[in-house]
Write a protein that binds this ligand. Sequence first.
Ligand SMILES: *[C@@H]1O[C@H](CO)[C@@H](O)[C@H](O)[C@H]1NC(C)=O
Ligand SMILES: *[C@@H]1O[C@H](CO)[C@@H](O)[C@H](O)[C@H]1NC(C)=O
Ligand SMILES: *[C@@H]1O[C@H](CO)[C@@H](O)[C@H](O)[C@H]1NC(C)=O
Ligand SMILES: *[C@@H]1O[C@H](CO)[C@@H](O)[C@H](O)[C@H]1NC(C)=O
Ligand SMILES: *[C@@H]1O[C@H](CO)[C@@H](O)[C@H](O)[C@H]1NC(C)=O
Length: 350
Amino acid sequence: MAHWLLVPGILEILFYTAMASDVFMSTYIQTKVQKENAGCTYASFHHTLLQRTVHSVFRCAKLCSTVDECRRFMFDKESKECVLYESGENCLSSQDVHSMVCYLQKSVCDETNCTRCPIGYYGDQCQHVIEDCSDGIRRKLVPEKSLMSYIRPKADGRILEVKCDFKWGGYTILLYRYKGCREVDYNKTWKEYSDGFGTSYGNYWIGLANIYDILQNYHQFFLNIVIFGQTGHETSYYQMFNISTYDDDYRISLASFKDDITNPTGDSLTNGSHSIDGRPFSTYDRDFSNNDCPVRFNGGWWYLDDPVCSRANVHGKRDGSNFEATWHWLDNLGNRTDFTDIHLKLQRKQ
Ligand SMILES: *[C@@H]1O[C@H](CO)[C@@H](O)[C@H](O)[C@H]1NC(C)=O
Ligand SMILES: *[C@@H]1O[C@H](CO)[C@@H](O)[C@H](O)[C@H]1NC(C)=O
Ligand SMILES: *[C@@H]1O[C@H](CO)[C@@H](O)[C@H](O)[C@H]1NC(C)=O
Ligand SMILES: *[C@@H]1O[C@H](CO)[C@@H](O)[C@H](O)[C@H]1NC(C)=O
Ligand SMILES: *[C@@H]1O[C@H](CO)[C@@H](O)[C@H](O)[C@H]1NC(C)=O
């Protein structure tokens, strides 16, 4: 008899628990979980605030709410493992992701101040956005230990998740190719090169339209090249990097080249008759090279109107058997640099 009496009570508890968890979960947004190679799970993006086994996704969310810095959590419904993170939107896992969920905490504000800002907003009252990584560093608005940041290159435009390099005043990474992350196919269309492709937490090309928008916000940018070889990395840069509009085919302009003294890459882009300065961007479906360069080189670039196409191929395949289609960097003396990884980065002139 007694257990019959208990039933309404249990139902009531279950009912209110369900209600409470619904209300509670509405302060979170479910985001994506992507499987990535173990080597791609950066320590900074995955800086764990707390890791604990809990009963449910609801408990994991509650745990996140009790930790000041928590902005995102990942929960494994099978192992019941709950991991809290201080930044980021989506989640990455090197394991099977079918039982994993990822949630992002929505902003929490009172009348004046917010303790948790919406994605892409910074400051006590979430009143700031940043135009690029250099801007974020200069204004001290992004946590330096986080590789991922949210920028808004165009006023009232959309917020973009990118990787930043926080050294030397900050760089926005335009092209990220790292062997630890899943490889991206660079044989893409004009539209894809314009919009960008890949994933911000893996390998990616940021997109010409986004580069154009970033460049509009400041008077001078440097284009930095970082080539990682077997023994270390080499850095060089071009001053006065600019591109023109979509309608003008994103023509590139580059001024003087500065090489690294200790680890030179050599000038591949601007020296002599093979300078790409002033060239429009070409893809296989919109080719200004007259030499089938995007097909031969396996990707888009500011190719020359010349059978040489370009001395550099940053969008080529890894370890391909065909030299032209394989990524490489030939300098003005004909010296070739072989690499394992490459980054193209954008920096504001100080
Ligand atoms: C909001 O934040 C500012 C700056 O941190 C602080 O001075 C102020 O007291 C806060 N206001 C409220 C209502 O918490
Ligand atoms: C590039 O993509 C186009 C269109 O899908 C295809 O026809 C071509 O064979 C591809 N090239 C390479 C090198 O994969
Ligand atoms: C960069 O190019 C754009 C578009 O062609 C142009 O409006 C802008 O003035 C250029 N910026 C600089 C610093 O030359
Ligand atoms: C091209 O490179 C050669 C060899 O390094 C150098 O002497 C020359 O000044 C360079 N020319 C330009 C225009 O940068
Ligand atoms: C670059 O090429 C020149 C000419 O072929 C050669 O003399 C020089 O040693 C090379 N430099 C390097 C760093 O390989």
